[in-house]
Design a protein around this ligand. Structure first.
Ligand SMILES: NC(=O)c1ccc[n+]([C@@H]2O[C@H](COP(=O)([O-])OP(=O)(O)OC[C@H]3O[C@@H](n4cnc5c(N)ncnc54)[C@H](O)[C@@H]3O)[C@@H](O)[C@H]2O)c1
Length: 461
């Protein structure tokens, strides 16, 4: 099949690569020309500057210019003839009121509609929303394309569920495939696109309406965040309040019930990433606009935001730590391990809180996200960002610091106790946003203080 993918960020690039791997002729385009040039180079380091996902650069190198073609927006005009499906993998950021900014969508669809209206070959073409879009968006696209008098087209919703850090693996073996369309003709095109998944025993294959498909994505994401916020809002609070309460035993005791998920049963300094926050805000807005109750979702969102920085406040209130003029080691910048993505990462809020409390310097280390972080913490935007330095390893971040904050769950941070002992003398405060340090009692023995999500402050005897 000839397929166009509009937008080559995390979702679009992965989707285009995986489709090309199964033998479709895929034309991926983006309005960002620098991305297209990087992908066209086929070079791992250039591709990973934009999307750093295990295995993705290899798939691209394998299929580039055979099944997979990257073109600028103008190049699409030449390949539109004969295209059967166009996947829209575009940004859907939040507006200030929580609603979804659909301007990228409407711009892209108007552009594509103009080309589709002039096609010679008038075979059926389906425009498929892969982005997370409010319920009713496919219908809106239909109206735009009808206004442009595009002949013989359908609209569909095929939400993406891939987790960052595991994008290639999960795209090759998704746990579900959700297709929302209106006609058998459109379903047939989508089934051809995904023929390897349609009758797969381990993949839930769901054909439904576009509106239901759109809703599935929002409900799934907000439910995941609800579960995370439950553990943070209830589990962590219990562990921080009652003496002698062991968080790990609490989790095992509760999640040994098969009805209760182990996934998400951790306590942390909040969940970040480009999706959870914006999706729950969008669903709140969608319900509010229809005068429906949304207080549960609002609480879930608020708890998650609160978690991101409350350890900084606890350090002041419980440990009596004065951040003013101190040097803080910050381990982790990406929103979770195995990605360089920093969108909505807890580290952004932690840095803001630390700078707000007058620290002298923040020495950061992240195995992947340093280059990305430099864009977020551009001193040109805010001169306080000059206080941030980027280290090549954990030891350099810790050396000469007065306290440590762990924001991301990179595995290598688990063993940090030994590095602390070697490089910094107590009194020294370790703030653990991920409960990563299993041998914290060793730290206590050596005279360091330990403040973790889900536990009371621990100080040396
Ligand atoms: N990132 C994830 O893990 C993930 C997972 C599931 C769903 N989603 C959803 O998928 C959507 C895309 O997310 P993403 O992370 O890939 O976003 P992204 O910002 O990384 O990528 C979007 C791309 O679209 C391009 N673009 C913007 N306007 C365009 C236009 N008119 N024509 C062509 N290209 C255009 C941008 O330049 C950018 O490269 C969002 O709705 C998101 O919620 C994301």
């Amino acid at each position: 099949m000839k397929i166009i993918v509009a937008g080559t960020g995390f979702v679009g690039l992965t989707h285009a690569a995986i489709l090309s791997e199964s033998g479709h002729e895929v034309y991926a385009y983006d309005i960002d020309k620098t991305k297209i040039a990087a992908y066209n180079s086929g070079k791992r380091e250039k591709i990973e500057r934009y999307v750093n996902e295990p295995g993705l650069a290899s798939v691209i190198a394998e299929t580039l210019n055979r099944y997979l073609f990257f073109v600028g927006q103008n190049g699409i005009e030449e390949v539109i003839e004969g295209t059967e499906a166009i996947f829209l993998c575009l940004p859907t950021p939040p507006n200030l009121d929580g609603s979804t900014n659909l301007s990228y969508y409407t711009n892209a669809v108007k552009y594509l509609g103009g080309l589709l209206a002039k096609r010679q070959d008038q075979r059926r073409v389906v425009l498929v929303n892969k982005s997370t879009v409010p319920i009713g968006t496919a219908r809106m696209l239909q109206e735009i394309l009808n206004e442009q008098q595009v002949p013989n087209f359908g609209v569909a919703s095929n939400p993406e569920f891939l987790p960052e850090g595991d994008a290639v693996e999960k795209s090759r073996r998704p746990d579900r495939l959700v297709l929302g369309a209106d006609t058998e003709e459109d379903f047939r095109i989508l089934r051809n696109t995904y023929s390897q998944f349609v009758n797969h025993v381990r993949i839930a294959y769901i054909e439904t309406t576009p509106e239901t498909a759109e809703a599935i994505k929002y409900v799934a994401n907000t439910l995941l965040l609800t579960y995370i916020s439950f553990w943070n809002g209830v589990g962590a609070r219990l562990g921080e309040t009652f003496d002698n309460l062991r968080m790990e035993d609490l989790k095992r005791g509760v999640t040994s019930d098969v009805r209760i998920s182990t996934w998400g049963s951790y306590v942390s300094n909040g969940a970040g990433g480009s999706c959870f926050g914006k999706d729950i805000q969008s669903l709140i807005y969608q319900l509010r606009r229809k005068s429906q109750a949304y207080s549960l979702l609002q609480d879930v969102y608020d708890i998650n935001e609160y978690q991101k920085t409350y350890l900084v406040d606890r350090a002041v209130n419980e440990a009596g730590f004065n951040f003013n003029n101190k040097t803080i080691a910050l381990l982790g910048l990406s929103f979770k391990k195995r990605t360089n993505d920093m969108r909505d990462s807890s580290s952004l809020k932690v840095v803001e809180a630390l700078l707000g409390r007058g620290v002298k310097a923040i020495q950061t280390y992240d195995p992947l996200a340093t280059e990305e972080a430099k864009h977020f913490f551009d001193p040109g935007k805010n001169n306080l960002f000059e206080k941030i330095s980027y280290c090549d390893n954990v030891a350099d971040a810790i050396r000469n610091s007065d306290a440590l904050f762990i924001t991301t769950d990179w595995e290598e941070f688990r063993g940090v106790a030994g590095t602390i002992e070697k490089l910094v003398k107590p009194p020294y405060l370790v703030m653990d946003g991920r409960r990563m340090i299993a041998n914290y009692d060793y730290l206590l023995e050596k005279g360091y203080s330990y403040l973790a999500v889900g536990s009371k402050l621990m100080t040396p005897e």
